[in-house]
Write a protein that binds this ligand. Structure first.
Ligand SMILES: Nc1nc2c(ncn2[C@@H]2O[C@H](COP(=O)(O)OP(=O)(O)OP(=O)(O)O)[C@@H](O)[C@H]2O)c(=O)[nH]1
Ligand SMILES: [Mg+2]
Length: 414
C-alpha cells in the first residue's frame, strides 16, 4: 500500500458532511465496559453510547448520555451472571435479534469490555459477531484482569479474546496489571481502576475527536476504514497532551510508550496520527513526527495524519495515534521454526529423486512412494533421520544401477 502523507484537498463544507455523516456507536459490555464508556460519554456529543449488561441495577446508575441495554433477563433474572461466562454467552445468544438492532445503520462500532467476568467475556463474542454482520467496522477495546484475581479469570478473558478476534477489524488489549507500572501495589483498587479507565477513555476520545473534528488536514471515516481494514489486527491507541515546546523526539516517545500496553507500534501496517493544537503547528512539525513514526512501523505502512487547530490547548499539543497490525509481544511458538528444518531434508531427498532424468522404463523400476519422507506421520527427529537415510540409500542404489551399462541392467532385472 502506498504511503499516504500528502495534504488532502477537501473543502471545509465537504469535510463537515463526510464526518458528520459517520455514525459511531460505542458499546460497553458488562460492568467494567460500562464504567469506561461512562467516562467519555459526557464530552462527546456526536457519538452514541450503549451500556449492555445482564445486571439491571447497574443500568439504572448510568450517566444521562449512555443508553442502557439490559439483556438475558430470562436466564439471569436481571441479577448478572454470577461470573459465569456461559450464562453471559447464552444470554446474548438468546437476544441476538435485539443485539443486532444496536448495530444496524452504524458505520463504526467500538466494543469496550473488561474481560474476566461472566457478562463481558461471555457476551462480547456475540456482540462482535452481530456488529460485523450488520456491516460495521468493528474495533474492540478490552482489559485483562489483574494477576491477583487468579488464573481462572485470565483464562476466561483469553478465551473470550480468541472467540472475538475473528469478528473484529482491530483489537486493543490492555492488562489491568500494567497499572502497577505507574502506581504502587498498595494503591486502592478503585483508584487503580479509575486510572486505567481514564487513560483508555482519553485515548478513545482522541480518536473519536480526530474523526469528527474538521481539521486543516482532516482524518475522516474513509481513513479510519483504510487503517482498520483487516481482521483481528492488534491495535495500539494512545492520546497524549504535551508541552508544544518539547522536541519531536519527546513527542514520539511519549505517544508511542503508553505504559498500559504490553506491546508497541512496532510492525504496524497502518497508522492514524492526529495533532491538535494552536495555529503555530506547522507542516514541518507534522512531517517530522510522521517521519519518526515511519521508522517504527512496517516499511510499507500506510500513515495518515491530520492536524486540527484548537486555541484552547494553548501551549500544549494533543497527539493521537492509532496503529494497527502491531506485533504481539508473545513470541511465535518455537515448533514453528523447527518445521522447515524437517521439510528441508524432505525437499532435498525429493530433489535428488527428481534430478536424475531417466527413460520411462526407469520410472517403473522405482517406487517413489517409498522414498518420500512422510513428515506428518514420522514425528521424531530419529524417525525422520532414519527414513531420510533409507531414502538416500535407495537413491544411491538406483544411481549405482544407472552407472551400469543398459544392457547389463536389463540382464540384472531379468
Ligand atoms: N479497567 C477496568 N477493569 C474492570 C473494571 N471493573 C471490573 N474490571 C475488571 O473486569 C473483570 C470483569 O468484571 P466486570 O466487568 O464487572 O464483569 P462483567 O462482565 O460485568 O461480568 P459479571 O459481573 O461476572 O456478570 C474484573 O475481574 C476486573 O478485572 C473497571 O471499571 N475498569
Ligand atoms: Mg457485572
Amino acid at each position: 500500500m502506498a504511503r499516504k502523507n500528502t495534504v488532502k484537498k477537501k473543502s471545509p463544507q465537504k469535510i463537515e458532511n463526510s464526518t458528520s455523516k459517520t455514525k459511531i456507536r460505542v458499546v460497553g459490555v458488562g460492568g467494567g465496559g460500562a464504567s469506561i464508556i461512562s467516562e467519555i460519554s459526557s464530552t462527546l456529543a456526536k457519538v452514541d453510547f450503549v451500556a449492555a449488561n445482564t445486571d439491571k441495577r447497574s443500568i439504572k446508575s448510568l450517566p444521562k448520555k449512555v443508553r442502557g441495554f439490559a439483556f438475558g433477563e430470562k436466564l439471569t433474572g436481571g441479577f448478572g451472571t454470577g461470573m459465569d461466562y456461559e450464562i453471559g454467552k447464552n444470554a446474548a445468544i438468546e437476544e441476538k435479534d435485539r443485539i443486532q438492532k444496536i448495530f444496524q445503520g452504524q458505520d463504526v462500532c467500538i466494543l469496550v469490555s473488561s474481560l474476566g467476568g461472566g457478562t463481558g467475556s461471555g457476551a462480547v463474542p456475540i456482540f462482535a459477531k452481530e456488529a460485523k454482520e450488520a456491516g460495521c467496522i468493528v474495533y474492540g477495546i478490552f482489559t485483562l484482569p489483574f494477576e491477583f484475581e487468579g488464573n481462572r479469570k485470565m483464562e476466561i478473558a483469553k478465551n473470550a479474546l480468541e472467540e472475538t478476534k475473528s469478528h473484529l477489524n482491530a483489537i486493543t488489549v490492555l492488562p489491568n496489571e500494567n497499572i502497577f507500572k505507574i502506581i504502587d501495589k498498595d494503591a486502592p483498587l478503585k483508584e487503580a481502576l479509575s486510572m486505567i479507565n481514564n487513560n483508555l477513555s482519553e485515548s478513545l476520545r482522541g480518536l473519536i475527536e480526530a474523526i469528527y473534528s474538521p481539521g486543516l488536514i482532516n482524518i475522516d471515516f474513509a481513513d479510519f476504514k483504510t487503517v482498520l481494514n483487516g481482521r483481528g489486527k492488534l491495535a495500539y491507541l494512545n492520546t497524549v497532551v504535551i508541552d508544544s515546546q518539547k522536541g519531536i523526539d519527546d513527542v514520539i516517545k511519549e505517544v508511542t510508550n503508553n505504559p498500559f500496553y504490553p506491546y508497541g507500534i512496532k510492525g504496524a501496517s497502518g497508522v492514524l496520527l492526529n495533532i491538535t493544537g494552536s495555529k503555530n503547528i506547522g507542516l514541518k512539525d507534522v512531517s517530522q513526527v510522521s517521519k519518526n513514526i515511519f521508522e517504527l512501523v512496517k516499511k510499507n505502512a500506510t500513515i495518515i495524519f491530520g492536524i486540527t487547530h484548537e486555541e484552547k490547548h494553548g501551549d500544549k499539543i494533543k497527539v493521537m495515534i492509532l496503529a494497527v497490525g502491531c506485533e504481539s509481544e508473545d513470541k511465535p511458538p518455537k515448533q514453528e521454526k523447527k518445521k522447515p528444518l524437517i521439510k528441508k531434508r524432505e525437499v532435498k531427498v525429493e530433489k535428488k529423486v527428481k534430478k536424475k532424468k531417466r527413460p520411462k522404463a526407469k520410472k517403473e523400476e522405482k517406487k517413489p512412494q517409498e522414498s518420500k519422507v512422510d513428515v506428518k506421520v514420522r514425528r521424531t527427529a530419529l524417525d525422520v533421520k532414519k527414513v531420510t537415510e533409507d531414502a538416500e540409500k535407495e537413491i544411491l542404489e538406483e544411481e549405482k544401477k544407472w552407472e551400469t551399462p543398459a544392457f547389463l541392467r536389463r540382464k540384472d532385472n531379468s
